[in-house]
Design a protein around this ligand. Sequence first.
Ligand code: G3I
Length: 343
Amino acid sequence: MNPLRRLGSSRASLLTLLAVSALASPAAATAASAAPDAVRASTLGAQAAQSGRYFGTAVAAGRLGDGTYTGILDREFNSVTPENEMKWDTTERSRGSFNFGPGDQIVNRAAAHGQRMRGHTLVWHSQLPSWVSSIRDANTLRSVMNNHITQVMNHYKGRIYAWDVVNEAFADGGSGQQRSSVFRDVLGTGFIEEAFRTARSADPAAKLCYNDYSIENWSDAKTQGVYRMVRDFKSRGVPIDCVGFQSHFGTGGPPSSFQTTLSNFAALGVDVQITELDIAQASSAAYANTVRACMNVARCTGITVWGIRDSDSWRSGENPLLFDRSGNKKAAYQSTLTALGGA
Ligand code: G3I
């Protein structure tokens, strides 16, 4: 029997309290910093876990037979995002007919390896079957969208840590408004709120994220547009738990305001996550700067890179990832591990 249980619950919680306050005391903090080796790990996932974060990667079902790929996946990463397998053109290619095979392959494998899952993505104008993008009737589209969210989330209920409920709904450029898409054009801008409300009812335990690219620079109109939406959602009680910053960067890495952006969003009361990180030419400094921005924001809960080896990347010509084509660690791997606090 658990000795704490024998003590009775009030004694047990008192002991827990004492233990927690000892850990939180300045003396304990000093002791911890005096023994840094004890908290240094040698893989990305294990090191991120030391600060309560995860370090993940996008995974393609088609590569799971490659032993080099899965070897790195299981050694380094403790979170997984399906690169394409949960998108609408795979999960509901024709109306009402759902295909969870490729997604299940990734989810089952991740569960067997103790990796958490990010679900990607429920409502997105791209990789959307034409039977959806050609709908012109609002009632039909509303019911199709809500049914899609509900069916996919029900299927994966309890197995997904965070869902990208709506992906890339804002326009590039200076408008700060939503982009044109079948969802906005037929349902109006309120489709995002509706999607989040439907998602909360489908799986109340999953974190619900809005995910986008080019929202890392604080002064950009697109960033400001998404910020205003999240602020509005929080003020009206629309269920949103997190914002994903895709972080597909050029050679220079993140904009200098990236940490400011992360902390300003976090101050609205949402978690922030780096969800699809890759950096052209993968300079060590650019990766370190990105990771540091997250580490410096308490509510930045994790980082996902968009693929494992350069050859796995959608931008493979730019060599943007942490492992080379043979699966060797690149210089940016080391700077990333160090920025996470590791040896
Ligand atoms: O599945 C078909 C296959 O049947 C066919 O033989 C083959 C021929 O080209 O294409 C395969 O589909 C490709 C699919 O990836 C799976 O490999 C598509 O053509 C290709 O367009 C698709 O690209 C994906 C892209 O999203 C599509 O928008 C990338 O792998 C994926 O990395 C990328 O990921 C997105 C995120 O979801 C959202 N943010 C941006 C990010 C990068 O574009």
